[in-house]
Design a protein around this ligand. Sequence first.
Ligand code: GLV
Ligand code: MN
Ligand code: MN
Length: 431
Amino acid sequence: MAAPMTTATRLQVAPELIASAARRVMGRCEELARVTSTPGSITRVYLSPEHARVNRLAAEWMRELGMTTRQDAAGNQVGRLAPRGVPDAPALLMGSHLDTVPDAGRFDGIVGVLMALEVVRLLRRVDAEGSASSPFPFALEVIAFSDEEGTRFGKALLGSSAVAGQWDDTWWELTDADGSTLREAFREFGLDPGRVGEAARRPDELVGYLEAHIEQGPELHRSGQALAAVSSIASARRFQLVVEGEARHAGGTPYDMRRDALLGASEAALAVERICRGEHHIVGTVGQLEAFPGAVNVVPGEAHFSLDLRGEFDDSRDHAWEELSLELDAIMGRRGLRWNAREVHSAPAVFCAPLLQDVVRAGIGGEAPTLFSRAGHDAMSIGAITDVGMLFLRNPDGISHHPDEAVAGADVAAGIRALAEAVLHLGAEPR
Ligand code: GLV
Ligand code: MN
Ligand code: MN
């Protein structure tokens, strides 16, 4: 259990300070939104000039708080404030990511980095000479992860995977839409691929990781609550599927002779919805679908589609995939088609540590709700090296990965207070 509420675990600051912290977060979200490779919309990808620019801004904001700063070997921007006289103290890491999907909103990831900076501002100790330090036995670190979305190279969580020491050398040959490899992009950005291992953190250097993030779904909006603690992050599996039939003349081929691959894929997409709706906390999405040869007057002979399957628990997600595989056999058998699937991503569900869930709930106060996250987060990778906890902020209408993504300034203020009090609770834990 988290330490009970005492003066040591309540944030003793004037409400105006928190309101002005929230205003600064909202203003900086606007400032970062202007750093884009697509004027008129927001797109900021890994190892781009925009990535370098937001890292420079984040570093300035970190130094303004007295933090020492560095860009790590995978392009993550890190700021650190140690306790006075203990430069090597293990750190509480807080943050999220600054990269975006194409045509993104302003808040996904970004708000979590900026809120972490405000928590440092509220909690740090400043002595008579103006020098800042962590008031806890642990250092406070803020991290702005460089790639969570995987927009450029199709592989998500590159920044946090490097920090978790889980970089995979097969990734170097991944290419972007222009054919540049990840290795080339590293060099162009000024990073040395041979040194990516130096971004890895050891478990004994960390006391935990806390991430604030917009919910990216409607639960808090529907329940009329501003904040929630997160219990776990959904497990995910992604597949690329191919359906093979026979291309034939669109006019001359009667229905009893058709083996239309697109119709098989379409029926499969409907089966994904039917099966996932019937399972507890599973969602399945067919986000890409392509027919070949792709001519108006040819019955499609081949169809390719993607499948993204997410679930609160690995076993119900896997059960949905097994049921879907049997259904695909039946659909394709009836239509005289063949099908195969290549798994391109698999990540188990990651559970937030009970203590960090407790401190987040204590920080929120009252009957704090607990939700599981259907979306992926940097905390998924960092869970491999330290305890993780997450705070969700209400996302009006639950819209995200879209320019209309929103969060209310009042909810950001409540979130800053809750995150700061969560850190105070952690600081009051016996260790
Ligand atoms: C990242 O936002 C994901 O959940 O795909
Ligand atoms: Mn996202
Ligand atoms: Mn995110």
